[in-house]
Design a protein. Structure first.
Length: 361
């Protein structure tokens, strides 16, 4: 039987307001009431809004500090430090105290986020966890693996996960230090290899679909970009780490996205941006701090993250590359487990789905 950890204290009446809005006119702003909302819910919204604002605030703060000439030597030294700092490729500067900060509980309870274990993970082994789907911002990945809000360490004792993100995030002053303290690291090959070679139980969490998959993120759908993604499988085989499929129900239900069908101008420019910068920007919207249908705060919708059973990989001799046949066979087993997870839980956590799981190139 699968064991579960539910850290939310939210009641049925508190989740999610998105379903209430579907019957209302979309051209009207649905304001939140000034009174009558429990303090707990206010704090949950504040926690999510603070996290989302973190990137913009740190950029603003750095720009503001540059207006003071007497700070230029300090800021110059800091920028130089960023250039030479190897922490993003060394597993970050992890602070367990910060990962266990009470604010992250409010963050997770906002949706709420639920972590489900299919099988124990051996603390004497290393793992590559593939997270699906990407969603717009991967809120579930952050809550479960970037913090201890859902009790990952209690559910998987001896396993130390490092959530991986784009290298470009570590070029942003102050923001980089914020995420490094959560143990978040760069998604480069050097970073992956370092973490997996740093001791038993060390594991990495890769959001496999990346920017391409974020363009598919829409409520009620789960369109995964996976079949051509063999790099993380090759990495696991070369590092002798087992693969663990992770599926988050509800990740795609947090935002609405502007229509960007293939062939449209919106899709064209999004793909151009991806080719130039390595990431792209979905045109999305959800709710605000003081309203329920305008803004970039995600809708309240449960996220149920299922950590599947490990997929063993062939043992390779040192320096030997895996063959295409080996990669495809491991991928087949990986997809089978991913589909098993989806089919097992879809009628519980994806009742409002518009289509079934789709795995594309």
């Amino acid at each position: 039987m699968a064991s579960e950890t539910l850290v939310s204290t939210a009641t049925k009446e508190e989740i999610p307001e998105i379903t209430k809005l579907q019957s209302k006119r979309k051209d009207q702003v649905q304001w939140a009431p000034i009174t009558g909302v429990p303090l707990e819910r206010r704090l949950q919204t504040l926690a999510v809004a603070t996290w989302i604002a973190g990137l913009f605030f740190t950029i603003f703060l750095f720009c503001f500090l540059t207006t003071y000439k007497f700070l230029w030597p300090v800021l110059t030294a800091y920028i130089t430090f960023i250039y030479f700092d190897k922490a993003p490729e060394r597993g970050g500067r992890r602070s367990e105290r910060f990962r266990n900060w009470v604010g992250w509980k409010y963050f997770a309870n906002y949706f709420p986020v639920k972590l489900i274990k299919e099988q124990d993970l051996d603390a004497n082994k290393n793992y590559v966890l593939g997270y699906h789907p990407h969603g717009i911002i991967s809120m579930g990945a952050f809550a479960n693996f970037g913090t201890e809000a859902t009790g990952f360490s209690s559910l998987f004792p001896g396993i130390k996960p490092s959530l991986l993100t784009l290298n470009s995030n570590f070029n942003i002053p102050f923001y980089r230090d914020y995420i490094l303290s959560l143990g978040i690291a760069a998604v480069s090959r050097k970073s992956c290899e370092y973490i997996l070679n740093s001791g038993a139980g060390r594991s990495i969490v890769i959001v496999v679909g990346g920017a391409a998959e974020s363009l598919n993120a829409r409520p009620g759908t789960n369109d995964l970009v996976l079949r051509k993604r063999l790099g993380f499988i090759r990495l696991a085989m070369k590092q002798k780490a087992e693969l663990v499929p992770v599926f988050s129900f509800g990740e795609n239900d947090l935002y609405d996205q502007v229509d960007n069908m293939k062939g449209s101008k919106v899709f064209y420019y999004q793909k151009k941006m991806q080719a130039l910068l390595g990431f792209t920007m979905p045109l999305f919207h959800a709710r605000g701090v003081f309203n329920y249908n305008v803004g970039i705060i995600p809708f309240r919708h449960q996220i149920a993250t299922v950590v599947g059973k490990p997929i063993p990989v062939p043992i390779l001799e040192e320096g030997v590359e895996p063959t295409k046949e080996q990669l495809l066979e491991v991928q087949r087993l990986y997809i089978e487990e991913l589909e098993f997870i989806y089919n097992k839980y879809k009628d519980v956590y994806a009742k409002d789905r518009k289509q079934e799981l789709c795995i594309a190139d």
